[in-house]
Design a protein around this ligand. Structure first.
Ligand code: BTN
Length: 324
């Protein structure tokens, strides 16, 4: 986003209901009063309701319902994640756009957000329902200097960040189902799709795609998912401004990622364990060719799943599906 516009929104938003004088805006932004007026008109076009009173200045009366780069970035307090951002009203999949941008050289930390996806995709080529205006459909481009086999740890780190955000912003205690699902009250609320472009021992880029169901009501959930999927609204009874969740989750991911890069996965593991779902319970484990019942023991130092069958034999899994 153009930085003057972002600074202008921040100045007005920080003043809450108070007016900010044209003089102050002009001094802080180093632009003329006429230029400020033009920015105000542009903001109104974007759906901001601005009140301008002579000798008092300007204030934001209401923010647009419609998400935009402005509404996401004005209260985004990250150092590098999402500072470069693309916002689209409708896409096939933010993953596809993120791959394309990454191939073209997009920076580490670039974020793609869409209001609606027509071909949202999940793990194992499953479709991901991504209705307009209801959830967070977002892909992050990361360029971590780690071995490719460690990339799945980023899925676990992102899952931790999503649960932290849900606790802070929505007061919802969500759980992580290994490797990529976020559950709330026994139904799936969010999913993570990690895709990577790498050579044998060098990551070119990783795309972390996340879908978080926010404001769907029960009727919005597709029939086939009625018993297994949910949204923040269904579980808490409250609607949330999606921007607030995006701002917070990006901040959480940046913090967890920086810690992961400095100290390794051992710094993230305890947080994952705190939020882990169904540990100690018997589940059905499905791998490419096998299916068996086992107890979920936990994760290893490298993030791999440890399960134990009825005879006490332990297995370490790097890829599997867990069901019950
Ligand atoms: C899963 O649970 O299987 C993962 C779902 C990931 C969905 C997100 S929504 C944003 C990004 N774009 C996609 O097409 N998929 C991911």
């Amino acid at each position: 986003m153009e930085s003057t516009r972002k600074k202008l929104i921040t100045l007005l938003a920080n003043a809450k209901d108070s007016f900010v004088s044209g003089q102050r805006l002009s001094e802080e932004l180093h632009i003329s009063r006429a230029a400020i007026w033009k920015h105000m008109k542009a903001l109104e076009q974007e759906g901001y309701q601005i009140e301008g009173v002579s000798r008092k200045g300007y204030r934001i009366v209401s923010f647009p319902d419609k998400m935009s780069i402005n509404t996401i970035q004005w209260d985004l307090h990250t150092k590098w994640l999402g500072q470069e951002m693309y916002y689209k009203n409708q896409v096939d999949s933010t993953q596809t756009i993120a791959h394309q941008l990454a191939r073209e050289g997009a920076d580490h930390g670039t974020v793609v957000v869409a209001d609606e996806q027509l071909k949202g995709r999940g793990r194992l080529h499953r479709p991901w329902d991504s209705q307009k205006g209801k959830g967070i459909w977002m892909s992050l481009i990361l360029r971590p200097d780690i071995e490719p086999q460690r990339a799945p740890q980023l899925t676990l780190a992102s899952a931790v960040s999503i649960t932290r955000m849900l606790e802070k912003v929505c007061q919802a205690e969500a759980k992580i189902k290994w490797p990529n699902d976020i559950f709330l009250n026994d139904r799936k609320l969010a999913g993570i799709l990690t895709e990577m472009q790498a050579e044998q021992d060098l990551i070119e880029y990783v795309i972390i795609g996340m879908g978080i169901n926010v404001n769907q009501v029960q009727e919005d959930i597709p029939l086939s998912l009625q018993d297994i999927a949910t949204s923040v609204k269904i579980e808490t009874g409250s609607s949330f401004q999606r921007e607030a969740l995006i701002q917070d989750v990006l901040k959480e991911i940046e913090t967890v990622y920086d810690q992961f890069m400095e100290e390794g996965f051992s710094a993230v593991k305890p947080y994952w364990e705190k939020a882990a779902y169904r540990i100690g319970e018997t589940v059905t484990v499905k791998t490419r060719n096998l299916k068996w019942d086992a107890v979920l023991v936990g994760i290893q130092e490298d993030g791999a799943l440890i399960v134990e069958d009825q005879s006490g034999k332990r297995e370490i899994l790097y890829s599997a599906e867990i069901d019950w």
